[in-house]
Design a protein around this ligand. Structure first.
Ligand code: ADP
Ligand code: ADP
Ligand code: ZN
Length: 215
């Protein structure tokens, strides 16, 4: 299954992608995670990307397009993948289409998660992430059993630099301007599934699985 999870920052893409990887044994490809790893490693690409990320803007298309093109060639993508946080612009979507066509592949589905702006701010300000394994939590909606510690690996939980209210508002505006046109883009392509993301995590998960099974 070749899938895109589309939605604003905080919609639950990462949370649901993790569940889908376990369900379908296909990898989650998160450009945000890949970029944050490059920042942590201090690579040239990471240093350049950091400025855009800290400001709540988008990293230039050619950088992320290159990352995804390489990643899709890896062996673990043979049976499919879940793209989380990519594409975020129409040129990225066009480039993805071209890369897949070169490989003789086609997208199966794009799931669009819809969540109100105020709920997004609440989700993002309360988001915590494991330093070791990257698992996401929420202080209220999905807390770890021990405060500040990952249930899966015991790693320390941290708050992302860009999950501060001012940067969050900027990211939501960037989503509205540059990413939301992709909803119509994929609707026109006949691959869009729309899902109400305002329900609790487990209910979104159930609905997502039944939508995928029905389609
Ligand atoms: P969120 O989970 O909140 O939606 P991500 O982890 O996907 O955030 O992305 C964090 C940041 O990384 C973005 O604000 C942006 O600066 C950069 N980024 C991630 N994916 C892309 C992309 N496809 N195009 C451009 N920038 C990206
Ligand atoms: P995205 O990858 O789309 O930016 P995440 O999956 O990281 O979003 O979720 C953002 C925050 O909201 C996390 O703290 C997560 O635990 C929480 N969250 C995700 N889905 C829901 C939901 N359905 N209801 C409440 N909180 C949620
Ligand atoms: Zn962990």
């Amino acid at each position: 299954m070749k899938l895109i999870l589309l939605g604003p920052p905080g919609a639950g893409k990462g949370t649901q992608a993790k569940m889908l990887t376990e369900q379908f044994f296909i990898p989650q490809i998160s450009t945000g995670d890949i970029l944050r790893a490059a920042v942590k490693d201090g690579t040239a690409m990471g240093l350049k990307a950091k400025e855009f990320m800290d400001a709540g803007g988008l990293v230039p298309d050619e950088v992320v397009v290159g990352i995804v093109r390489d990643r899709l060639q890896e062996k673990d993508c043979i049976n499919g993948f879940i793209l989380d946080g990519f594409p975020r612009t129409v040129p990225q979507a066009d480039a993805l289409q071209a890369s897949l066509a070169e490989m003789g592949k086609e997208l199966d589905r794009v799931i669009s998660l819809d969540v109100d702006a105020e709920a997004l701010v609440e989700r993002l300000t309360g988001r915590r992430t494991c330093k070791e394994c990257g698992r996401g939590y929420h202080v209220t909606f999905d807390p770890s059993s021990v405060v500040g510690k990952c249930d899966a690996c015991g790693g320390a939980l941290f708050q992302r630099d860009d999950d501060q209210e001012e940067t969050i508002r900027k990211r939501l505006q960037v989503y509205a301007d540059q990413t939301s046109p992709l909803i119509n883009y994929y609707r026109d392509a006949g691959v869009l599934l729309e899902l109400d993301g305002m329900q609790p995590i487990s209910q979104v998960q159930e609905k997502m699985l039944s939508l995928l099974q029905a389609s």
